[in-house]
Design a protein around this ligand. Structure first.
Ligand code: MN3
Length: 237
């Protein structure tokens, strides 16, 4: 039986083995290519006052859509059936095994599609996102000394990322420290390095500039009010 991954590789001429496909991002994103813009799980003004409706509208309908359009164009140029059966998470996770001509487009545009599809689901209308589960609380305590320590380190990673990028809460393999915070440049997603994120914040200026101007720390602090903890709990399991 031919797997979807083998189909991808045989169709677009790739070789080598891709890492196991994470299923994390399946929800809220179009499962297969050509890829389409997933609807927001709330209204454009739902995240106010922390993120304004204008920022959300432009971010979703212009920026996210542009990543999708450019990804689809690159894949179409590579071959007619390149990614028909491959989820965006699988595609981005394994981009290093794709033909060289496709790698940059999948890394940047595919990463942009994946990261934003996931980002929308990581936020919730203020007061509706729930709280960390007992298990997550235990891991946050062990890794950061509690919620305050987590937020402090998140702020440091998010503001310390030079230029455009993301900060991520990820599953960590170190003994005694089950979670870690990392940042990535541009639209890189940790899954391409076999690291599993359970929360991510977009720190590109387009995510906050209209309201916060150059004050990235103020945006990050406000963003903590929007974390969809119930979703993080699920990904943490
Ligand atoms: Mn963005």
């Amino acid at each position: 039986m031919i797997t979807r991954r083998e189909m991808l590789l045989s169709t677009i001429g790739g070789c080598g083995s891709l890492l196991l496909a994470p299923r994390l991002f399946a929800q809220g994103a179009a499962a297969t290519g050509p890829y389409t813009l997933p609807p927001l799980p709330y209204a454009y003004d739902a995240l106010e006052p922390h993120i304004d409706a204008e920022t959300m509208t432009i971010h979703h309908t212009k920026h996210h859509q542009a990543y999708i359009d450019k990804l689809n164009a690159a894949l179409a140029a590579a071959g007619p059936t390149a990614t028909k059966e491959v989820s965006i998470a699988e595609l981005v996770a394994g981009y290093k095994s794709l033909p060289e001509a496709l790698q940059t487009a999948v890394r940047n545009q595919g990463g942009g599609h994946l990261n934003h599809s996931w980002f929308w689901t990581m936020m919730a209308k203020p007061g509706t996102g729930g709280a960390p589960s007992k298990e997550l609380t235990k891991d946050l305590d062990a890794s950061f000394g509690g919620m305050d320590g987590f937020k402090k380190e998140l702020l440091a990673k998010a503001t310390g990322q030079f230029g455009s990028g993301w900060a991520w809460l990820v599953k960590n393999k170190a003994p005694g420290r089950p979670l870690a915070l990392i940042s990535t440049a541009n639209q890189d997603n940790p899954i391409s390095d076999e690291i599993t994120p359970i929360l991510g914040i977009d720190v590109w200026e387009h995510a906050y500039y209209l309201k916060y101007r150059n004050q990235r720390p103020a945006y990050v602090e406000a963003w903590c009010n929007l974390i969809h903890w119930n979703r993080v709990n699920e990904l943490h399991k």
